[in-house]
Design a protein around this ligand. Structure first.
Ligand code: ATP
Length: 513
């Protein structure tokens, strides 16, 4: 069933709530803006995604170890990292609607609209010509070239304005492009200002002695300040990585896209420490490895693309995003950054402690360079949930809502049903659950018709439904129904565990990497 993207996005949000995936934080008090809670199914999916990332990073790499650093850190950390002075977003207000926007996002959305026009031209031409060659068309069509030149010109001007911190010109770009506020429809903009995204609080009970400290805006700094602890106690040899998952906090200016942009969110980051001069090799390596990891989820290769950064952050010498095609278009899912030796050098300078590595092969000390992979767990969750959610029309005109989640990530791996609530079927079904529950998260359901129970599990994303019927009492077999194909097969009860293990374990997914 085709739906407008904005309607589909609403459907994702309502499905998340209806089935216990995601609730708005403190909903009974009308919610807290851009803060969300994960419900009974959401917490399982989130945990499974985190586990898959962790195992792919730490368990499959001998030279990557984990860390769990505290959210609070010494305030000087954030001076050293540059966040106190430079962790800003350019904001702009529309004077008529009083709505606030990120100036860079307004410009990027304008560019995305021009890109859409190019896509439409290509689609139109593909319909018109047989043997259509998109590459030839893109390079020869005058209208497409005009659009592309426009995009290049905006990008070039925008990049210069950002690099020079020329906020007046950022505003002028918005005016020149005739960008209007989507709410008021007016071009009555304020000046562009920088806004620091860090949340602060105070530590200590006596107000005069209290220190201003920050809620970490990224998990990476916890890794940097522990670099030497881990390297020495873990006897790590370069190249090696430290992986961490945990909460991060940003006072986002605009937070209107559900769990895509939250004020409290979770990051999964890995800092890979390398010999200076080898960082570009490792940057390419991690770009490929991370894209591969996303592709292994089998949600569609066309849903991912790389986007090189126009403006490099103050610490990076190369950076790109893996973008995902969310219900509202291609947006950043994961960042891969070559962070040079910036962070470790800054921490050396601010702490007065050496953070070097003695390289036995070179017989020399140096501050390692760092390649970072940084993905938002909540964004990843949204990318998976929205790619998996389908409305299907079945033979006979009936419809069903199904979450085609990768089986290894699904909250429940299987649901067990007794066909009827008598004749000893519930007891046999319960004994199957008892047996499987040590290895798998299993649902048990005996309410309503089996058809209704199938639909419920489809909406949860449960890959397999196991039905116990009268034949099961005689021959110790059950019906296993596959979520995606709806095919049913008969399987011996004592083979269920192996059957599931092969199809729903993280191992089955990890082996594809
Ligand atoms: P954006 O440009 O979308 O603001 P960013 O470039 O500031 O993101 P990074 O600092 O590179 O993001 O953070 C790494 C990852 O953390 C991002 O790729 C994203 O998945 C996640 N992330 C960042 N900010 C948020 C947020 N406010 N809510 C949810 N996830 C976030």
């Amino acid at each position: 069933m085709s739906q407008k993207p904005e309607d589909f996005f609403k459907h994702v949000i309502s499905h998340s709530k209806e089935y216990g995936y995601i609730f708005q934080s403190s909903e009974i008090y009308d919610g807290l803006s851009a803060v969300y809670d994960y419900g009974q199914l959401g917490v399982e999916l989130k945990k499974n995604i985190r586990d898959y990332w962790w195992k792919a990073m730490v368990q499959l790499h001998e030279n990557i170890v984990g860390l769990d650093a505290a959210i609070f850190m010494h305030p000087t950390t954030w001076k050293a990292s540059g966040h106190v002075d430079a962790f800003n977003d350019p904001l702009i207000d529309n004077k008529d609607s009083k709505k606030r926007y990120r100036a860079d996002v307004l410009i990027e959305e304008h560019i995305a609209k021009i890109e859409d026009k190019i896509t439409k031209e290509v689609e139109k031409a593909a319909k018109r010509f047989e043997n259509f060659d998109a590459a030839v068309f893109l390079s020869t069509n005058a209208r497409v070239k005009e659009y592309q030149d426009k995009i290049d010109a905006i990008n070039a001007r925008f990049k210069t304005a950002l690099n020079d911190n020329n906020l007046e010109d950022v505003k002028q770009i918005i005016i020149d492009l005739e960008i209007v506020c989507p709410i008021s429809g007016s071009r009555n903009w304020t000046d562009v200002r920088q806004f620091n995204l860090m949340f602060s609080t105070s530590m200590g009970s006596v107000s005069e002695d209290a220190n201003t400290i920050y809620l970490r805006p990224e998990t990476a700094q916890g890794i940097f300040v522990n670099y030497l602890n881990v390297q020495k106690t873990g006897r790590m040899k370069i190249p090696f990585g430290i992986a961490q998952t945990g909460k991060a906090f940003r006072n986002e200016i605009v937070a209107r896209q559900f769990i895509f942009r939250m004020r409290e969110f979770e990051q999964m980051e890995m800092q890979f420490f390398v010999k200076p001069g080898t960082e570009m090799e490792w940057y390419e390596y991690w770009k490929k490895a991370r894209l591969n990891w996303h592709l292994s989820l089998d949600l569609g290769a066309d849903k991912y693309r790389f986007h090189d950064h126009l403006k490099l952050a103050h610490y990076a010498n190369a950076a790109c995003d893996i973008e995902h095609n969310f219900p509202f278009g291609f947006k950043e899912l994961e960042g891969i950054h070559s962070r040079t030796d910036f962070d470790l050098k800054q921490h050396e300078q601010f702490s007065g402690k050496k953070l070097q590595y003695f390289d036995p092969e070179l017989n020399q000390n140096y501050v390692p360079y760092v390649v970072e992979t940084s993905v938002g767990l909540d964004r990843l969750f949204l990318s998976i949930l929205s790619s998996a959610l389908k409305e299907e029309t079945l033979e006979g005109g009936d419809t069903r809502t199904v979450l085609n989640l990768p089986p290894a990530l699904a909250p429940y791996k299987a649901a067990v049903f007794p066909l009827v609530k008598k004749d000893g079927l519930p007891e046999l079904a319960e004994s199957i659950v008892k047996d499987l529950k040590f290895d798998f998260n299993i649902a048990y359901d005996e309410k309503d018709t089996v058809g209704k129970r199938y639909r419920r599990q489809d909406a949860y994303g449960t890959p397999f439904c196991i039905t116990v019927d009268h034949q099961s009492l005689e021959d110790k077999t059950v019906t296993v129904r596959h979520r995606d194909t709806m095919i049913q097969e008969r399987i011996a009860i004592d083979k269920l565990s192996t059957f599931l293990e092969e199809r729903v374990s993280l191992k089955s997914l990890l082996k594809t990497l």
